[in-house]
Ligand binder design. Structure first.
Ligand SMILES: Cc1ncc(COP(=O)(O)O)c(C=O)c1O
Length: 428
């Protein structure tokens, strides 16, 4: 990557479509990805150093424009209207589903739109877990899971009496697949791991996890919230059975996400929400259900959000997910190196963590650090990151977390370091 403070996305290292736009003065101005994100400025028009992309990503203008169009000039319901506008909206909505499927290597009938990853895992636990698991069956989670991949399974445990095992981590914060090998037994019916940890940035070897799960007859769920924005994902090549993610971490809108499951598994899952759109025929005596994915999408869906998600995927694909991943990896390595130089920072997670750096500053609570950084125009996350069991494992109540996105650059790291130096002076 560049040695200067410019993003490679702002220079020639990665060509963005529309880059090199001719200006009125006739010069060939290089277009920066950062310029596509109106949210990256403060209220007074200063650059905002947004280092909380793992929580939610800022939106490019293309996504904002697509959602405004969908909510304005193009707006109509889907699947029901007999008028042209509704038919067109239905085509656009289903095209969004196709785009999601193609983005993660699945088939369109295997993509269920949900409100996000949390709802997708709840759907899975309720419908698949409630039908295919019984008392005494075991599932394997890991120590680093987000609460969204813990609590729905605990609720299922309360409902039907399954057992939950927890796979430990390696010393550098990866899910320890050697330990998983030793722990898995034929009683295990599901392995559910974060593809990338939202706290440590560690990437699980998903193919190996799939092999291990399948060797004992278990299914593999990957929580792809942090992976889809920074890794090429191909569910078929990974060999997983379920994959979930949220659009808002992928530069798309809030309120939509997806559950991908292999078609034959979805076929065998009962609906979990009842209402319009998910039925085949309703009488007071009996109701029959639509085939998947409609069976799992009761009610009017998130139409505008689906269009926004499709626009986000277009935006990402125009730049290239590999390039985005490499860009974030380089920034992460740089941030770790600079933080380590301060000699007063504990770094969590592996050296090759993907886009996410969790750390602690000696003698300063992460919340205090976050507050002072905010005064400096730097936004980090401070807290338990919805991963309290991981905090327990790390022996801290909270960490500070800087996470990068497509628009991050070395000026963000420089601002973070300036803010940390100021915090140290204040607390000295
Ligand atoms: C790894 C991981 N899983 C699940 C979630 C939950 O996502 P959402 O709140 O969008 O449903 C998050 C969000 O922080 C996450 O990072």
């Amino acid at each position: 990557m560049n040695s200067g403070l410019q993003s490679p996305f702002a220079s020639s290292a990665v060509e963005k479509p529309g880059a090199g736009v001719s200006t009125a003065s006739g010069t060939n101005e290089v277009h920066s990805v950062r310029q596509d994100f109106p949210g990256l400025l403060t209220a007074t028009g200063q650059p905002w150093h947004y280092l909380d992309t793992a929580a939610t990503a800022q939106k490019p203008q293309a996504v904002i424009d697509a959602t405004v169009r969908a909510m304005g000039a193009d707006y109509a319901t889907v699947h029901r209207g007999v008028y042209a506008r509704s038919a067109e909206m239905t085509l656009a909505f289903e095209a969004a589903r196709r785009k999601v499927a193609q983005f993660i290597g699945g088939q369109e009938n295997e993509v269920v739109f949900t409100r996000g990853a949390t709802e997708a895992i709840n759907l899975l636990a309720h419908s698949w877990g409630g039908t295919h698991l019984k008392a005494g069956d075991r599932i394997l989670l890991s120590q680093l899971e987000h609460h969204a991949n813990i609590v729905p399974w605990q609720m299922l445990r309360e409902r039907i009496g399954i057992e939950i095992d927890v796979c430990p981590l390696t010393h550098d914060g990866r899910i320890d697949l050697d330990a998983a090998t030793r722990m898995l037994t034929p009683a295990h019916k599901l392995v559910a791991f974060a593809h990338i940890s939202n706290v440590l940035g560690s990437v699980v070897d998903a193919r190996r996890a799939a092999t291990l799960a399948h060797q004992v007859g278990a299914k593999l769920l990957l929580d792809g919230c942090q992976a889809v924005p920074r890794l090429p994902v191909d569910v078929a090549a990974l060999g997983c059975d379920f994959y979930v993610f949220s659009a808002h971490k992928l530069y798309g809108p809030t309120g939509i996400g997806a559950l991908w499951a292999r078609a034959e598994i979805l076929e065998g899952m009962p609906p979990w929400h009842g209402g319009g759109a998910m039925i085949d025929r309703v009488t007071f005596a009996r109701t029959t259900y639509a085939p998947p994915p409609a069976r799992f999408e009761a009610g009017t869906p998130a139409i505008v959000e689906a269009i926004g998600l499709a626009a986000a995927i277009d935006y990402i694909e125009a730049i290239g997910i590999e390039a985005i991943g490499a860009h974030e990896l380089a920034l992460t390595a740089k941030a770790r190196e600079e933080l380590r130089r301060l000699n007063s920072v504990t770094l969590f997670g592996p050296e090759d963590s993907a886009g996410i750096v969790s750390f602690a500053l000696d003698g300063v609570h992460p919340h205090d650090l976050g507050t002072i950084l905010d005064e400096e125009g730097v936004a980090i996350r401070a807290g338990h990151h919805c991963a309290q069991p991981l905090m327990d494992h790390l022996g801290v109540p909270a960490t500070a977390r800087a996470s990068f996105g497509i628009y991050s650059d070395e000026s963000d790291i420089a601002a973070l370091l300036r803010g940390i130096e100021r915090t140290k002076r204040i607390f000295a």
